[in-house]
Design a protein around this ligand. Structure first.
Ligand code: DX5
Ligand code: ZN
Length: 222
């Protein structure tokens, strides 16, 4: 079970300090948006190169960009240890995943809420992670889409059948209120932006999320 706080909800004028604040997490989730694939613009390669140098935890780069076939390998070469691209934008998802791995990164494939999983199941041998979006990509602070949980289950089931180690990530609206349902459906990497950076104590928020998924269903609700 891994926690990947999204710095989209961090203070963009103080990214180094806000990265140091999540040193108890497993990853730093960095959302790259190009204003084409999604209607929002965040940051790109030069900023990711700088973040990789100061981050206390490995960088999990979520690329919400057009033409990832062309641009994604640069993020792996910059030192992002996990690079996730959207299948809706990729011309050759298998070839791109292989290129990312060859560049030394783990390769992730993301699916938007309206995108089915089944057509991509046979890509699993070339993937290290599948990201099931639980909001429409583009903005932090949106409401969790519980109707995506069957897709999380389907991905987990595919991974089980495949038999290899492929992580299942959820991103969007993940909080103390929603993280357990995600874990129960089979997710094992949890992105949380506003739930972490919106908390008074960022370290405590990470610990709380971690505790909730440590033993899913194994504790008593009062
Ligand atoms: C949305 C981004 C998310 C975002 C999540 O497109 O991919 O990573 O930061 O933010 P929260 O956790 O606030 O929904
Ligand atoms: Zn993201």
């Amino acid at each position: 079970m891994q926690i990947s706080p999204s710095i989209l909800s961090a203070d963009f004028a103080n990214l180094e300090a806000d990265l140091l604040a999540i040193r108890s997490a497993d990853w730093a989730h960095v959302d790259v948006m190009d204003n084409h694939f999604v209607p929002n613009l965040t940051l790109g390669l030069p900023v990711v190169e700088a973040l990789v140098k100061v981050s206390p935890v490995p960088v999990d780069c979520h690329l919400m960009i057009d033409d990832p076939d062309r641009w994604a390998p640069g993020y792996a070469e910059a030192g992002a240890q996990l690079v996730t691209f959207h299948v809706e934008a990729a011309a050759d998802p298998r070839g791109l995943a292989r290129t990312l791995r060859a560049a030394g990164a783990r390769a992730g494939l993301a699916v938007k809420p309206g995108t089915p999983w089944a057509p991509y199941e046979d890509l699993l041998p070339d993937l290290d992670m599948v990201l099931v979006m639980t909001v429409e990509p583009g903005f932090g602070g949106q409401s969790f889409m519980a109707d995506q949980l069957p897709k999380v289950r389907a991905v987990r089931e595919s991974v089980r059948r495949f038999g290899g180690e492929v992580w299942v990530q959820v991103d969007g609206g993940v909080s103390a209120q929603t993280i357990e349902q995600c874990a129960e459906a089979g997710a094992d990497v949890f992105v949380a932006g506003s739930a972490v950076y919106g908390a008074d104590d960022v370290g405590e928020a990470i610990a709380e999320l971690r505790a909730l998924v440590k033993d899913p269903g194994g504790h008593t609700h009062s």
